[in-house]
Design a protein around this ligand. Structure first.
Ligand code: HEC
Length: 258
């Protein structure tokens, strides 16, 4: 074969080989299934887990990720009181109106403020974070194909030290469940790094479970109401069915005895 033919062929073969190797790096198995209280047509969120999950978001994830579809006032949905909401919002200062000399100012956060990203924009976030901006978390639990099982596996899936045969990439961390096993997010959770007010031990697994529950709620906050309505409708239909059967029996009894 003349060189001008076999060079592209060799290139193609190498590319195929490389993409095969890259594919072999992808986590090919489904993440282990976890029991979630919110699963199934009648599932409900566990309110204490949601509140713990928000603590994890507030103390850990929100230092890099935003959740801009949500306002602090929306946290009434996980059972925070108006006072807790106002106090929580106040801890995140927001850009205010320019002062008399036109200089930008900051003001304390208010309940109607959104849970914005801590970075002014995605480009600034990417520059600070080694090239990739932390994605907004408003819909993460719904948009990531792996769903809550993957989120839990991912958050508990960092390996330090990484396996001996793993490539060393500066600024990347080894995670069993990241695409290509490498991710630019440093391991966010550590045992006991926060304290839960309800006394639940804050292990990595517990924090991962709680923040996953909170992320699922954020992407679908009305699930509890919907499932409660579902239950009421089912009960109503069962009563209606019982009445219909009783009525049918009554009519047929009359017809048969005539
Ligand atoms: C130090 C900053 C930082 C913190 C803290 C942080 N993240 Fe991230 N996160 C990132 C960056 C940067 C990326 C994008 C990394 C990439 O794609 O390589 C990311 C990506 C992610 C992804 C997407 C991964 C994927 O493969 O699609 C998820 C999910 C995630 N973070 C969840 C969380 C959760 C939950 C918390 C809180 C427990 C958290 N992060 C805390 C910086 C952070």
């Amino acid at each position: 074969m003349p060189p001008h033919i076999y060079r592209p062929v060799a290139g193609l073969l190498i590319a195929l080989g490389l993409s095969g190797a890259a594919l072999a790096n992808e986590p090919d198995k489904a993440p282990p299934h976890q029991a979630w209280s919110f699963e199934g047509p009648l599932g409900q969120y566990d309110q204490s887990s949601l509140q713990r999950g928000f603590i994890v978001f507030q103390h850990v994830c929100s230092t890099c990720h935003g959740m801009r579809n949500l306002t602090y006032a929306d946290l009434a949905g996980i059972g925070l009181t108006q006072q807790q909401i106002a106090e929580t919002a106040k801890t995140k200062p927001q850009p205010g109106a320019p002062d008399a000399t036109g200089q930008p100012t900051m003001r304390p956060g208010l309940p109607d403020d959104h849970l914005n990203s801590p970075f002014p924009n995605d480009a600034a976030a990417a520059a600070m974070m080694g090239g990739i901006a932390p994605p907004d978390q408003s819909r993460l639990a719904m948009t990531h194909p792996g769903g809550p099982d993957w989120l839990y596996a991912f958050l508990t899936g960092y390996r330090m030290p990484p396996p001996a045969d793993a490539p060393v990439v500066p600024g990347k961390f080894y995670n069993d469940w990241a695409a290509g096993h490498m991710i630019g997010m440093p391991p966010p959770l550590m045992n006991g790094m926060i304290q839960y007010p309800d006394g639940t031990p804050a292990t990595v697994e517990q924090q991962a479970r709680d923040i996953t529950t909170f992320l699922v709620w954020a992407s679908d906050p009305h699930r509890n109401e919907r499932h409660s309505i579902g239950k009421a409708v089912m009960a109503y239909l069962i009563v209606l069915l019982a009445l219909a059967i009783a009525w049918k029996r009554k009519i047929w009894k009359r017809l048969k005895t005539q």
